[in-house]
Design a protein around this ligand. Structure first.
Ligand code: PMP
Length: 321
């Protein structure tokens, strides 16, 4: 079976239904319900190498959201595992693969049962893959900002699908928006909701600096409750920055002094232009860069105020066994 092409996107083992299996053996049946109807849920988590070794950022919150997504999809994952068991499985998989810095992808999906939309006799499968993964929107983008465009795709309305859960099928639209953005030479697309309000990127929340205040669309406006978003809001308030969850119209993207994306994959990525219009003076703004510094200090264990956001991993322990 063809393997993922990127040589970095590999590790030795993947946790699959309770066992560590070889990377190439983590296979699924073609009649899996999730392949036909998008019935999967997932998480994206990062582990960072800090002064005291590797540590997973906000593992508890991510696994909590994983279980929330399962509940929304009426998937019985909680009958199979506790949150603590899956947190442990994430840590063990990182250690097993000898990694200190990596991306972690828990996935739960409906497997093969009776064919049809009704998931009858479809077992729930759970996997956790880990691999080294650099800056999602590019190392240069992290420093200097990225060029983005408003997407021609709208984020689904609250009464049509669930934005607060990470459900596989929902990402078909996000994937189309990302393809469109890249095809037009942009790093990412910004999705407006069906009322024309700013929602988020295809895998990122968005923040604007306007009159020195930090503004982000509220939950309920077709956005994911990002864990990076929440962490940044806490750190901004600690720095005395006023943070407001507020409806954002498209032109606010053009008015903003600064704009940035947050996300586990994207981390804190400055946006330097929208639809070809420079944001502020163009490039990464000072508040964005200060918050980016705060973020990287926290994930690398250099911020004692948020030591409890980190779960240590000890690959050396496994390697020595
Ligand atoms: N919005 C969407 C649609 C996402 O997929 C993600 C990535 N999980 C985010 C926002 C950012 O969320 P987080 O900070 O929890 O990674």
């Amino acid at each position: 079976m063809p393997q993922p092409k990127s040589p970095e996107a590999r590790s030795e083992t993947i946790w699959f239904d309770g066992d560590q299996v070889a990377w190439e053996d983590a296979r699924v049946h073609v009649l899996s319900h999730a392949l036909h109807y998008g019935s999967s849920i997932f998480e994206g988590i990062r582990c960072y190498k800090g002064d005291k070794g590797g540590a997973v950022f906000r593992l508890r919150e991510h696994i909590e959201r994983f279980f929330f997504s399962a509940r929304v999809l009426r998937m019985d994952m909680d009958k199979l595992y506790t949150q603590e068991q899956l947190e442990r499985a994430c840590v063990t998989t990182i250690e097993q693969n000898g990694l200190e810095e990596c991306y972690i992808r828990p996935l739960a999906f409906r497997g093969a049962g009776a064919m049809g939309v009704l998931p009858k006799d479809c077992p729930t499968h759970v996997s956790i893959a880990v691999w080294p993964w650099g800056a999602y929107l590019g190392a240069d983008g992290l420093r200097n900002g990225i060029d983005v465009a408003v997407s021609s795709y709208n984020k689904f309305a609250p009464n049509t699908f669930f934005a607060l859960a990470k459900i596989g099928g929902a990402y078909v639209m996000g994937s189309l928006a990302k393809i469109e953005a890249v095809r037009h030479g942009y790093a990412e697309g910004i999705l407006l909701d069906t009322e024309g309000r700013v929602a988020e990127g295809t895998g990122e929340n968005i923040f604007a600096v306007l009159d020195g205040r930090l503004i982000t669309p509220p939950l309920g406006h077709s956005v994911l409750g990002g864990i990076t978003r929440k962490s940044l809001m806490i750190m901004a308030k600690e720095d005395g920055i006023e943070v407001v969850e507020q409806t954002m119209s498209r032109e606010m993207l053009y008015m903003a002094e600064e704009l940035f994306f947050t996300g586990t994959a994207a981390e804190v990525t400055p946006i330097r232009s929208v639809d070809g219009i420079p944001v502020g003076k163009g490039g990464a703004g000072p508040i964005t860069l200060a918050l980016q510094d705060r973020f990287f200090a926290a994930v690398r264990g250099q911020d004692p105020r948020h030591a409890d956001w980190l779960t240590p991993v000890s690959p050396a322990v496994v390697a020595a066994e």
